[in-house]
Structure formats: C-alpha cells, structure tokens
Design a protein. Structure first.
Length: 103
C-alpha cells in the first residue's frame, strides 16, 4: 500500500512540475529565443505563404507543437522545426509560447 501512495505522490509532483514549467513562461526570454524564429516566421511572427503564423498562438498549443517536433512525432517538410526544437528545453518552449501569445 505504501508503494502505491509513494508512486501517486511522485506522479502528482511530476504533473505539478510540468504544469509549472508551461505556466511559467517568461515572455522576455521568449523574445530573445524568437530571434531564431524570425527568419522563417517573420519579425512579427505573422508568418507568410510558406510558414505559419506564431503570433497570438495559444501557449499550450505552441508547447505541444514544439514537443511534437522535438520528439519527431510531427515533421515539417524541410525538417527545420525538428532540428530547431531538439535544442529547446521545456522552459525554452514555455518562454517562446509566452512571448508569441502576447503578439
């Protein structure tokens, strides 16, 4: 019985920690990270005919998309997003999401 309680406590703690990272995005740090995104998605994050807009994107949706690119679950035509996302930490993803949600 103790093992089940311990496992539940650990799982609950991990879920809280993951939520804190996503909820704790720093838009100012995201603005710095977004400099790498501007080449394809534009300085304003509004995209173009070849690249989707990021400006105004829901934070949770952006984090989920970046996680999918990083894991290889989602692949873009040129595979640029996978290469970019592989170097992002969970906090970096949250920061980018916080930044673009404010645009």
């Amino acid at each position: 019985m103790l093992n089940k309680r311990l496992m539940f406590a650990i799982l609950f703690g991990l879920m809280l920690a993951a939520g804190a990272v996503q909820a704790g995005g720093d838009a100012a740090k995201g603005a710095e990270l977004a400099e790498d995104c501007a080449g394809c998605h534009g300085d304003d994050g509004k995209g173009d005919e070849d690249n989707p807009p990021l400006a105004g994107m829901d934070e949770a949706s952006m984090v989920k998309a970046l996680q999918a690119f990083k894991s290889g679950e989602r692949v873009d035509e040129g595979e640029m997003m996978g290469m970019y996302a592989e170097d992002l930490s969970e906090q970096d993803m949250a920061d980018l999401a916080a930044y673009y949600a404010t645009k």
